[in-house]
Design a binder for this molecule. Structure first.
Ligand code: GLY
Length: 386
């Protein structure tokens, strides 16, 4: 196996050429959709504005965040204009629907306001992100050691693997206000995820129901995968990247070990064609893809390759490049007349066969976000939005 740098060098031309196509297209979309809180597209492939319907939606930060990320690298003003316009528009969520905010406020604000604060120094962005961090910290169950997911009466003692991706918001807040408590909450939750979500074989349970007094596992649920005990590929990607990020922010070896276990499982299970299916334990047919799982995992694998010694990192860099190249070939759309790039994302496994209701094979905004993030990492960007 070649080492990480050799693999990166061999793919440099492809990375540069692919990023150039992405940048060219996104500059146009940034102008056209400069004020759209985007997720999902209409019949013409144009973003739908979620600020009118789901102001609290967990994906609402990705389009603005993608523009902040592209601005950081290119300094093209249309990206900054778009990111700032959407950031302001999302203030309505903080003002008007506080009770509906949830465990995913890091996805919503850390990659948007957190990134804008770090790029521009805007104190308003800092305040928004600290507000989000306090909201997330307030969901911590101090007896049982976890951050609760969702807001329904049944959800009080439930955790989901996805929440790992929100912990960087807390690590950031700790450093920003010099208060260890945010990071302590993040680490307690990451430890619960390691212990209760990550299985011995490296696969993960999406949802865990805990005893609210001592944290013991009462049951697990398949969540967005096919069934209890299954292996939802995007959940796996949240574990790969989320645990890697906890390692980056804390330097605790157990998070790196967990990230590698999850990554090794993903690589061994994602099929020879490098096109992740929605659930690694679903029947081989029918084939349902999820391109978002590939893009999120690629980001985690590239960070692992950077952390690990060159030789060990080679396997992760190789897998990241294979995931990116295969999924771009199969699912990317660089037509400048449509707003999305990555097609064939999937929200969840269609257990009842209803593909439309389950959101199977559709463009999903975070597929584009992590695609851009992965390419920027490969281009050598040191800006870590998480
Ligand atoms: N965080 C929800 C999802 O990955 O679909």
């Amino acid at each position: 196996m070649k080492n990480a740098s050799q693999i990166l060098n061999e793919n440099k031309a492809w990375v540069e050429e692919t990023f150039a196509k992405l940048d060219k297209k996104l500059r146009k979309v940034a102008v056209r959709a400069y004020d759209v809180v985007a997720d999902g597209v209409d019949e013409n492939g144009r973003f739908i504005d979620r600020s009118k319907t789901v102001l609290w939606g967990w994906t609402n930060g990705f389009w603005g965040g993608l523009n902040a990320l592209m601005y950081e690298h290119t300094k093209a003003p249309e990206y900054l204009e778009c990111a700032k316009t959407i950031e302001k528009k999302m203030d309505a969520a903080l003002r008007e629907v506080y009770d509906k905010l949830h465990h995913d406020v890091g996805f919503q604000w850390h990659i948007l306001s957190g990134a804008l604060y770090r790029i521009t120094g805007d104190k308003g962005s800092r305040a928004r992100n600290l507000f989000a961090a306090s909201t997330l910290a307030g969901r911590f169950n101090i007896d049982a050691g976890f951050i609760r997911a969702w807001n329904g009466p049944k959800d009080v003692n439930r955790t989901i693997i996805d929440t790992l991706m929100n912990l960087p918001l807390l690590y950031w807040a700790s450093r920003e206000v010099k208060d260890d408590r945010f990071a302590q909450i993040a680490m307690a939750h990451a430890d619960t995820a390691l212990c209760d979500h990550l299985r011995d074989d490296g696969s993960v349970a999406h949802i865990v129901e805990h005893d609210g007094e001592n944290g013991a596992v009462l049951s697990t649920f398949g969540g967005q995968g096919i069934a209890e005990g299954s292996s939802w590929s995007r959940g796996q990607s949240w574990a790969v990247y989320g645990l890697t990020l906890s390692y980056i922010h804390t330097k605790e070896q157990r998070y790196l070990d967990g990230a590698k276990l999850a990554a090794n499982y993903f690589i061994s299970n994602c099929c020879d064609d490098w096109l992740p299916r929605i659930d690694f334990r679903a029947p081989a047919e029918p084939v349902y893809y999820d391109s978002t799982a590939a893009m999120v995992t690629a980001c985690g694998l590239i960070e692992l390759a950077k952390i690990l010694p060159e030789n060990e990192g080679g396997m992760y860099m190789n897998a990241a490049i294979n995931l990116l190249r295969a999924n771009v070939e199969a699912h990317a759309n660089f037509d400048e007349n449509v707003d999305f790039v990555m097609d064939n994302g999937s929200v969840r496994y269609p257990c009842d066969g209803d593909l439309k209701k389950a959101g199977v094979h559709i463009p999903i905004i975070y597929g584009d976000y992590y695609f851009a993030e992965a390419l920027l990492k490969l281009l050598g960007s040191e800006f870590l939005p998480w």
